[in-house]
Design a protein around this ligand. Structure first.
Ligand SMILES: [Zn+2]
Length: 429
């Protein structure tokens, strides 16, 4: 397939250039101005539309797609731990196979239509645990997206529940990975993980050659618990178990010092920064400026990285940072670098050999779009409303604003029915 007359925009480094791309199978095989069509080649004239690498969501929860507008708990939660207990742990316990599958489809469809082509998901459904990751993979692959999945190991359902979570992660990594889908080890957070569970996680990471995806220092409660029970900082505890290694993903790190963030990055670990979720839970604001190996996550708020980047920028400006645009833009770039580390492919480039995970954006900027002005256009102009088409591994996932795999209206009808049943189960639990 030949994509002609595009404005090729890549972020790492910022680059804006008119040109054509030739796609064969899952890869970009040629990039040049005015490529001549080959015999029998499909030619798509983009009429100066923007082609940009698909965006990466470094931390999300597809299982929360059916939570939008659900009844508020009574009495309302007054702390972060109460938000977990009264909202998210009641929701995840009520998930069954159908509601999880529909939730996965709804989240993946929203991601695709928002220009997000890779979801790094952190999953929990203790009532439907075994096979839950395969169910999510079925949903993301049906929509056509890439994903990196893990099950969150926790002690809140006893050691038996923790062990079942470990087994789910191992089985998924061993049996179910594909070109589009990868597995990791998942842990909830230090505050719900005993030493036994941490040992199991460390052993599973070593034996599978994967890495850990875990919530860290999202709220002060996580730090206090670790200090009170183990006399350690969170980083000391994770490091003691050998869990801060290349491709480890630590979500949030709101309450970490600059020194700790530096140590995580030096040891090859990644931080997923989730500014909208942090503001929504009023847990504080992470030191995003200190994060060198980091990417943006939505934490399940939605799957829209354009919106996350804008919120990230505005929060940083609100705290007085003059380099807010540079930091927010750097975190979008970080998503591509994280994807490259997880899949071993040059994500974020539009060069020969790169994966054909691309967005076609119908964006006619009222001011010049150049490498220098690209961060401003990403933070003030571009949004998911400009996403016209999406290609993942060389296959159309969205074309001319139509999701290829599913009818979004029918999916939404199915979503609402599943949501009502899920909320009823939550009320009974
Ligand atoms: Zn999370």
């Amino acid at each position: 397939m030949l994509l002609r007359n595009a404005v090729l925009v890549s972020l790492d480094p910022p680059r804006v250039e008119a040109g054509d791309l030739r796609i064969a199978g899952p890869r970009i095989v040629e990039r040049a101005p005015q490529l001549a069509p080959l015999a029998d080649e499909e030619v798509v004239d983009l009429g100066d539309r923007i082609v940009m690498p698909g965006l990466v969501n470094a931390h999300t929860h597809l299982y929360s797609s059916l939570a939008r507008g659900m009844p508020s708990p009574d009495p309302p939660p007054r702390s972060f731990v109460q938000i977990l207990e009264r909202v998210w742990w009641r929701l995840d316990r009520a998930l069954d196979e159908e509601s999880l599958y529909v939730s996965g489809l709804c989240g993946a469809a929203e991601a695709a239509l928002s220009g997000t082509t890779l979801l790094v998901d952190h999953h929990s459904s203790p009532g439907f645990l075994r096979g839950s990751l395969a169910t999510l993979a079925r949903a993301t692959e049906e929509v056509g997206l890439r994903s990196v999945l893990c099950y969150e190991v926790t002690d809140r359902n006893g050691l038996e529940g923790a062990r079942a979570g470990i087994e789910e992660n191992i089985a998924f990594h061993r049996d179910r990975e594909t070109d589009l889908t990868r597995g990791m080890m998942g842990g909830h957070a230090s505050l719900t993980l005993s030493e036994q569970s941490m040992n199991w996680l460390a052993e599973a990471v070593r034996e599978t050659g994967t890495s850990l995806h875990i919530h860290v220092a999202e709220d002060l409660a996580d730090l206090d618990d670790c200090r009170d029970r183990y006399g350690l900082t969170l980083l000391e505890r994770l490091d003691h178990h050998g869990l801060i290694v290349s491709r480890t993903i630590l979500a949030h790190c709101v309450h970490m010092t600059e020194g700790e963030i530096g140590q995580i990055n030096r040891q090859g670990g990644w931080i997923a920064h989730n500014p909208r979720s942090n503001m929504n839970n009023a847990v504080g604001h992470a030191r995003a400026a200190s994060m060198k190996r980091a990417a943006l996550g939505t934490d399940g708020v939605d799957q829209d990285l354009f919106a996350e980047a804008r919120a990230c920028y505005l929060k940083l400006r609100d705290t007085g940072r003059g380099d807010a645009a540079e930091i927010a833009f750097g975190l979008l770039v970080g998503g591509h670098r994280l994807a490259a580390a997880l899949f071993g492919l040059p994500f974020g480039k539009l060069d020969q050999g790169g994966p054909a995970d691309l967005l076609v954006l119908d964006y006619a900027p009222p001011t010049p779009l150049t490498a220098a002005s690209l961060p401003a256009h990403l933070l003030f102009g571009l949004s998911r409303s400009h996403v016209e088409s999406v290609l993942v591994a060389g296959r159309w996932v969205v074309r001319d604003r139509r999701l290829q795999a599913l009818d979004p209206r029918k999916l939404a009808t199915r979503g609402r029915a599943a949501a009502i049943a899920l909320w009823e189960r939550m009320a009974e639990a």
